[in-house]
Design a protein around this ligand. Sequence first.
Ligand SMILES: [Zn+2]
Length: 222
Amino acid sequence: MLLTEDHLSRSGFQLASRCSICGVSSESTDHLFLHCPLVVALWEAVFSAFQQCVSAETWQSFFLQAMSVSFSEQVRILWKVAIHTVIWGVWTARNQWIFEGKSVDFRSILSLVWRAVSEANRLDIDCMHNCMDDLLILRCFGLQGCPSKAPVIKSVIWSPPAPGWIKVNTDGADMGSLGFGGCGGIFQNYRAFVKGCFAIPLGQVFAFEAELLAASLAIDFA
Ligand SMILES: [Zn+2]
């Protein structure tokens, strides 16, 4: 828990509560990190760079929403660094004003955020999505992207069986290492005419079980 003035007064400390940053409203966690005009301007600058819009009435729901925004791996790290640096910058600036009399400088908090994001991008981080949105976000911070590798495309050619024979091709798959899966198969003659097929949901299975069941069912159907 942060010892903002509303928390201190609830704990019995008698204070004339006033926000150290704007000097207008009383200081609560919601005001200090969410509603204070200077902090609103900081969030707007960060959200504009990340092309996001997060709004909430309370600080907790704002933070939870911000942490659940979906990005590519590379941008997600930078986003989290930016959010945490704003919070840290505001809290530090508030304490410097109270304990050292230093006035709060919007620009220095913002440049701290930009520096932190830039340093985070030098770490060994994962890839961006190869899209314009990510490029624009990274360009806003003057950063290099880490593009995803191009997918390897392999050609798979079906070859027909000898005349008079029927060929069956089967497959099985699941979602996750143990997840909902299914299997299927298709029977074709040497002219590629479909002579029969099956597709069966299997419930919770491992991928190898789905593959095995597909082959086993194909033998049964044959
Ligand atoms: Zn304020």
